[in-house]
Write a protein that binds this ligand. Structure first.
Ligand code: BTN
Length: 246
C-alpha cells in the first residue's frame, strides 16, 4: 500500500482526487496526500477544517474483492490502524468512538470518511479518507470546535513528525488488511473493541430517522452497532452520531 503516492500542495479535497483516480483505474494502494484542503469533507455533509502544514489529510484507494455490505468493516479497520500508529509514534492512548472517530482525552483528533463505488454487488473501489489533526495549536481551530476537538501536539505538548505518522499508519494498515483478507473481520473486531470507549456505556444515537437511547452492547460481525433500549429491545445501527453518557 502507498507505493504510488500522489503528493499535492493544495487541493479541494483528497477524496475528490482519489475518486477521479479510482475511476481512471489506478491500482489498489494508491494514496493521495495533501498539505492543505480548501473544501475538506466530513461525514454527513459537514466540512472538515484542513489548514496547511498542520495535519495529515489523505485518501487511500482500495479494491477489495468483497460485497459492498462489508465496506463498513474497512472503516473500523482503519480506525484501529490509525490508533495503533498514534500510540506507536506519540505514546498517547487514543479511544475509538463508533464508528469512526478517534478521540484523545475525549476530544476528536481523527475523522474517517469511507466512500465506495460498487457495481452488481461487487466493490469496485473504496476510498478511505483520513483526517488527522497533528500540529495545530488550539487557536488554529475555529472557536466553535475548541471544546470538542484537539490535535496530537496539543495533547502531547510537542510537535509530531507527519511523515513518520503517515508511514506508520500505512504499515499498520497493511498488516491489518492482510489479516482481514486472510482471516476475516473477527481478529479486527477484537482489536477494535479493545480501543472502543462506547461499548457497555449508555449512549444517545442520533440517526436520520430519530434518536435512540440505551446501552451500547457491542458491534456485530459486520461492524453494525447494537444498542439495547430500556425495554431491552436491541436496535441495529448502521449510521448515526453517538453521544456517550447521559
Ligand atoms: C468525519 O466527519 O469525521 C470524517 C472526516 C474525514 C476528513 C478526511 S481529510 C482527507 C479526506 N478528504 C476529505 O475531504 N475528507 C477526508
Amino acid at each position: 500500500l502507498g507505493r504510488k503516492i500522489h503528493f499535492e500542495d493544495s487541493v479541494t479535497s483528497t477524496q475528490k482526487i482519489a475518486h477521479q483516480l479510482a475511476y481512471d483505474g489506478v491500482p489498489e494502494g494508491t494514496l493521495v496526500v495533501a498539505e492543505e484542503q480548501t473544501s475538506g469533507r466530513g461525514r454527513l455533509s459537514r466540512a472538515w477544517y484542513s489548514p496547511k502544514y498542520t495535519g495529515v489529510w489523505m485518501s487511500l484507494i482500495l479494491r477489495p474483492n468483497l460485497p459492498p455490505a462489508k465496506a463498513p468493516q474497512l472503516t473500523l479497520l482503519t480506525a484501529v490502524a490509525i490508533t495503533q500508529a498514534i500510540e506507536e509514534v506519540t505514546g498517547l492512548r487514543p479511544d475509538i468512538k463508533w464508528p469512526n472517530d478517534i478521540l484523545i482525552n475525549k476530544k476528536k483528533t481523527v475523522g474517517i470518511l469511507t466512500e465506495m463505488q460498487a457495481e452488481a454487488d461487487k466493490i469496485n473501489s473504496v476510498i478511505i479518507g483520513m483526517g488527522i489533526n497533528v500540529n495545530q495549536s488550539l487557536e488554529q481551530f475555529p472557536e466553535e470546535l475548541h471544546s470538542i476537538a484537539t490535535s496530537l501536539s496539543i495533547e502531547l505538548g510537542e510537535k509530531v513528525n507527519r511523515a513518520e505518522l503517515i508511514q506508520t499508519i500505512l504499515m499498520k494498515f497493511e498488516n491489518l488488511y492482510q489479516k482481514y483478507l486472510q482471516h476475516g473481520f473477527y481478529p479486527i473486531k477484537l482489536l477494535w473493541e479493545s480501543y472502543a470507549i462506547s461499548i457497555g456505556k449508555r449512549i444517545i444515537a442520533r440517526t436520520i430517522t430519530g434518536t435512540l437511547e440505551g446501552k451500547a452492547k457491542g458491534i456485530t460481525e459486520d461492524g453494525v452497532l447494537m444498542l439495547e433500549d430500556d425495554q431491552e429491545v436491541v436496535h441495529y445501527i448502521h449510521s448515526a452520531d453517538i453521544q456517550i453518557g447521559s
